[in-house]
Design a protein around this ligand. Structure first.
Ligand SMILES: [Zn+2]
Length: 507
């Protein structure tokens, strides 16, 4: 039995241990990740672990000990964040906040490592049974996570989900391309409505609202989203329909956000506009579904760390240090900067930019300054620091004002939509109506060129599901029905378990 011999004698386990965090992260984010993103970090990790192993073997002159050290160091380095989250989640919240301070956690981790390195170095017992044990154990870990992925993929393969029904109303109307407006759809992720900013955050943004109104935007100060999660909201607004039917197809317990992600990437709106001769211009957001679009004619993209690599680093022992922050900052600045540089040409454009502020992490102060001394928490998005949230709202306002001024000074014939996908989340569901108002309250500002003024039917209380129904009706004289404006709450962990809170939310 060659296989048995290999398991008993060969040092395989360190490399299985080192690659385990990559496989684990893939299975942890099942249905959300793009497997190709794992190749680069996987190769980097494996090759550096081999180099470290060869290096240690020269010095320690013991292949078992060298392997054990490499396996342990990589594993503990990359699983640090998961353990940290586990500890943080299981501690009483007040005590937890003190005990899991990142610096304490890291000191504890380093002490533990010193102890383990010491123990391994002085270790003297017989090694062959242990090689077998570690080889089998590491193989089991990898197989367990891989099986998880394989089962998921197999179920996807056996139950292919039907293509989404595509609503078209093309009756052969002909439009001169040069007469059609460029359309900008800019999402400021998590940007609250004016009334939420005032009532819950004590920030009166009337100067921003009056800037928008002076520039002929339709702004509702208490606009609301249809959903409270990015993937639901964007899948809905970009396909111009409610997505509740998915809970019947996938089941209320489903966590298959990938369905929504596909609907965002290949959305009906873009297909329809492209059929009409539009060019699609998009920006890499840093968030999977809006990171890259194969439908796009132009994909503004700086080469940054992939989402997967960023997550891998964030969950590692150095995840609390802030070196992913400059990447996050420059991507956002890059998007604002380039939104101003898109020029009108012979074909009309649909420009879609999903910008990840004012959503945390806190990257910008009110004037765009770096926010120092804040920790990027590993336990999920922390919306509780209201002052920092407002800082980021104010910076987004400055930047978007500049974008609007530039676009409208060049060409008043563009359609501009500046919208949020959902509101912030500093309150808890238990707080009832306040929480719903916060989660659903969004910035929603729409500019329609003057020549369409007679056609346009904007109204107070209009929600994003109707944004493009209304805009297509206006521009192309379409007859999309305006849907009833409703609001559906979901828990992050149960994205398809919708509860209609329209009655609770709207007066
Ligand atoms: Zn969002």
């Amino acid at each position: 039995m060659i296989f048995k011999k290999i398991l008993e004698q060969k040092i395989i386990f360190p490399f299985l241990f080192t690659v385990y965090p990559v496989v684990f992260l893939l299975s942890f984010n099942i249905g959300k990740s793009d497997y190709a993103q794992a190749i680069f970090p996987g190769v980097v990790i494996i090759s550096s672990s081999i180099i470290l192993y060869l290096f240690l073997r020269r010095f320690i002159k013991d292949r078992f000990k060298s392997g054990l050290l490499v396996g342990w160091l990589f594993l503990s380095f990359f699983t640090y964040g998961h353990l940290y989250d586990l500890v943080a989640a299981n501690l009483n919240s007040n005590l937890g906040r003190i005990l899991v301070k990142p610096s304490y956690g890291l000191i504890f981790w380093m002490l533990l490592n010193v102890l383990i390195i010491y123990k391994v170095l002085v270790f003297k017992k017989a090694k062959h049974p242990l090689i077998l044990f570690f080889n089998i154990f590491s193989l089991f870990l990898i197989l367990f996570s891989s099986a998880n992925i394989a089962i998921y993929e197999l179920s996807q393969f056996l139950n292919p989900t039907s293509e989404d029904f595509r609503e078209t109303s093309d009756d052969g109307k002909f439009f001169n391309l040069e007469d059609l407006p460029d359309i900008y759809y800019i999402i400021l992720d998590g940007n609250a409505s004016a009334s939420v900013l005032k009532d819950l955050y004590g920030y009166d943004n009337k100067s921003f609202v009056s800037f928008l109104r002076k520039n002929k935007f339709f702004v509702s100060e208490s606009a609301k989203s249809n959903y409270v999660m990015t993937s639901l909201s964007l899948a809905s607004s970009l396909n111009m329909k409610y997505v509740n039917y998915l809970s019947e197809e996938l089941g209320k317990n489903s966590r298959e956000e990938i369905r929504l992600h596909k609907m965002i990437e290949d959305n009906d709106l873009v297909k329809l506009l492209k059929d009409r001769g539009y060019k699609y211009v998009t920006f890499s957001s840093g968030w999977g579904p809006t990171n890259y679009s194969r439908l796009a004619d132009v994909n503004f993209q700086k080469v940054f760390l992939s989402e997967f690599s960023t997550l891998l680093i964030r969950k590692s022992a150095i995840g609390h240090f802030e070196f992913t922050r400059p990447f996050l900052r420059s991507r956002i600045l890059f998007t604002f900067e380039n939104l101003k540089k898109i020029e009108r040409d012979s074909r009309p454009k649909f420009v879609f930019a999903h910008i990840l502020i004012p959503h945390p992490p806190w990257l910008f102060g009110p004037r765009g300054e770096r926010v120092e001394g804040t920790e990027i928490t590993l336990t999920g998005d922390d919306w509780t620091e209201k002052e920092k949230y407002i800082g980021q709202v104010r910076f987004a306002e400055i930047m978007i004002k500049d974008v609007i001024k530039t676009i409208l000074s060049g060409n008043k014939e563009s359609v501009l939509i500046v919208q949020a996908d959902h509101g912030p989340s500093s309150t808890l569901r238990e707080e009832g109506r306040i929480h719903l108002q916060e989660r659903f309250g969004i910035l929603n500002a729409i500019y329609i060129p003057e020549k369409y003024e007679k056609n346009v039917k904007l109204y107070e209380g209009m929600t994003p599901v109707n944004t493009f129904r209304m805009i297509l009706n206006t521009i192309f004289n379409e007859n999309y029905a305006i849907l009833e404006d409703r609001h559906y709450y979901t828990d992050v962990f149960r994205p398809f378990d919708f509860s209609d809170v329209t009655g609770e939310l709207v007066d």
